[in-house]
Design a protein around this ligand. Structure first.
Ligand code: PEP
Length: 251
């Protein structure tokens, strides 16, 4: 039985004041113990959010980490060990905004995934196709290639301590959501690919859907057999909406 998980990606949003307001409002949400919840503020706000949420069962993660796990001469980067030291338990790797806008390759994503694991962080590996790729009928091929690279670099056993997020790029921040059937098809293919390496690991891996998840469409998406929760962007910035999405994952 996989425990549902809802993750809130705050992206490059927030000031000290708005982050304090959001964490305060999150603390007021009625959350179900059956659903695991994690939020991903910017690196700048991670320490503060960790302290603010210390007494509630909402974990904190970072939106990215360096390919290097330790310390050293890499100006501007933040390593997984520093994130762990700051109280992070999770980290996103391979978000499409980093792959497409900042040019992160599958190889770089794989190194970040390994660095996260080496420091005891739980990586959320983001995969997904662009609209162009979907329209060209390449969705399965693209997602399979992204996942295969990480399996080859980190090994299938590493997925015992990782989460996968399927996020069609065309659905992110666009208001367009994959239908539950479209999402389920890809989630099942991801699990099948993992299963070819190790069925037990594949059966235990949580696969989140991301792409314009809202309070209104969450329950339908989360009702699909291979959708174990959501990675939520825009709606995670509104505590009431995020709370409702978290509750939908428990029903
Ligand atoms: C995301 O950034 O991971 C995301 C899914 O964003 P949104 O929910 O806004 O589409």
């Amino acid at each position: 039985m996989r425990r549902p998980l809802v993750a809130g990606n705050w992206k490059m949003n927030g000031t000290r004041a708005s982050v304090a307001e959001l964490t305060e409002a999150l603390k007021q949400q009625a959350l179900l113990a059956t659903v695991e919840v994690v939020v991903f503020p910017t690196c700048l706000h991670v320490g503060r959010v960790v302290s603010e949420l210390a007494n509630v069962s909402i974990a904190v993660g970072a939106q990215d980490c360096s390919t290097e796990a330790g310390f050293g001469a890499l100006t501007g980067e933040v390593s997984a060990s520093q994130l762990a030291d700051a109280g992070c338990e999770w980290v996103l790797v391979g978000h499409s905004e980093r792959r497409l806008i900042l040019g992160e390759s599958d190889g770089v994503v794989s190194q970040k995934f390994k660095a996260a694991l080496a420091c005891g962080l739980m990586p959320v590996l983001c995969l997904g196709e662009t609209l162009e790729q979907r329209e060209a009928g390449q969705t399965l091929e693209v997602v399979e290639r992204q996942l295969a690279c990480v399996i080859a670099a980190a090994g299938i056993a590493s997925f015992e301590r990782a989460v996968v997020a399927y996020e069609p790029v065309w659905a992110i921040g666009s208001g367009l959501t994959a239908t539950p059937e479209q999402a389920q098809e890809i989630h099942a293919a991801i699990r099948e690919q993992l299963s070819r390496e190790d069925k037990r690991v594949a059966d235990g891996v949580r696969i989140l859907y991301g792409g314009s998840v809202k309070a209104e469409n969450a329950a339908e998406l989360f009702g699909m057999a291979d959708i174990d929760g959501g990675l939520v962007g825009g709606a995670s910035l509104k505590a009431n909406d995020f709370g409702a999405i978290c509750r939908a994952a428990g029903n």
